[in-house]
Ligand binder design. Structure first.
Ligand code: ZN
Length: 363
């Protein structure tokens, strides 16, 4: 069969699409690209999640920090979050405003003898202006770009979706609090990941021998083939090993937590990858004589030639510090933020500066 240009172009075939998951086959790309897409979908797409919690009353059995952490992990509807919201750190407001945050409230008390569940369905989005540091950010059209139910807990009041349990209370106990949800990405904290699982398989017959199947007596009996094996030709028993073979067909399964739909995750993942590469290309174009091997160092380009690449990668997602510094009484729901001695947050440079900037009684 003659190879045509179409055979070499990347191709996507969707095998299954549901409300919270998509299964597709990606062809004619290499392993590095498939893995980049997987990682971008997991860690680089903005969503909103509860970031600050002010506990007004808590007589439950769980401590404030515990509840704050549980609130942070609740998925919130984030459709078109990329355009519908600013990063709090980029906003010109004093602490939080309607362009960079969504406020949620919870006020539940138990008055009867049965144990009561406090769930994500009790969280209400508060539309009014109620921020201590009044001083809204520069006017913008972000709120008009938000999808329906933006900021609401995923599945709220949908009988088909079980709510997230926050705490259980008995008679006489209550929980009252305010939360501020902000935009972020999962590189900062996993609570901002739109995906609960992203995986791909390639080479289901293991022709490339990228893995070793440990077995007792019979490899084929103990490692049954998965569904994807029917997509590819079975190797002959006497087929010689091809040292030059490369994987080029990848079977993706993307499952979201409901904050973004699966289409939005895949499309935005590709767009994000494209923009990262574009930034790299622009930065590389700034390279001047002297930067390349074999050229004289004294002809070196200005310091920002490669520095541009650095800021290109990190900028946008992790720039700016102090985003989480807040008024007293506000706790931070991110467990790693307060850890000044933690390995991740201390380096500066590549790591996110926010992670060391926590105030108050961070969890
Ligand atoms: Zn703001």
């Amino acid at each position: 069969m003659q190879t045509t240009r179409d055979d070499l172009e990347p191709a996507v075939r969707i095998r299954d699409l549901k409300r919270d998951r998509v299964n597709f086959v990606l062809e004619n790309v290499d392993l590095a690209f498939a893995n980049s897409l997987r990682r971008v979908m997991m860690a680089d797409l903005p969503t909103i999640a509860i970031d600050l919690v002010e506990i007004q009353a808590n007589t439950t059995v769980l401590p404030d920090e515990f509840i704050a952490h549980r609130l942070g992990m609740i998925p919130l509807v984030s459709s078109n979050c990329d355009e519908g919201m600013r990063y709090n750190r980029d906003c010109t407001c004093m602490a939080a405003c309607r362009y960079c945050s969504v406020q949620l409230r919870l006020d539940v008390a138990c008055h009867n003898n049965e144990t009561m569940d406090i769930t994500s369905n009790h969280l209400e989005v508060y539309e009014g202006v109620d921020y201590e540091d009044v001083g809204e950010g520069e006017a913008g059209d972000e709120p008009t770009k938000r999808g329906e139910y933006f900021g609401h807990p995923v599945g709220k009041n949908d009988p088909d979706v079980a709510p997230v349990l926050i705490c259980k209370i008995r008679k006489g106990q209550e929980l009252k609090l305010r939360c501020i949800a902000k935009k972020g990405i999962a590189k900062e904290h996993a609570k901002w990941s739109p995906c609960s699982a992203v995986s791909f398989e390639y080479d289901p017959h293991n022709k490339l021998r990228h893995t070793t199947h440990w077995f007792e007596t019979d490899e084929r009996a103990e490692w049954p083939l998965g569904d994807n094996a029917s997509e590819e030709e079975k190797p002959r028993d006497d087929e010689p090993f091809d040292f030059n073979a490369q994987p080029n067909k990848f079977y993706f399964e993307v499952e979201t937590d409901g904050s973004l739909g699966p289409q939005e995750v895949v499309m935005q993942g590709l767009a994000e990858l494209q923009s990262k590469l574009a930034k790299l290309v622009i930065a590389l174009k700034k390279t001047e004589p002297g930067m390349l091997p074999g050229e004289r160092a004294d002809e070196a380009a200005p310091a920002d030639a490669w520095g541009g690449a650095g800021s290109g990668w990190g900028g946008g997602e992790s720039g700016g510090s102090g985003a989480n510094v807040s008024g007293s009484g506000w706790g931070n729901t991110s467990p790693n933020r307060g850890a000044a001695t933690g390995g991740w947050g201390t380096g500066g440079g590549w790591t996110s500066p926010q992670q060391t900037g926590a105030a108050g009684w961070s969890v």
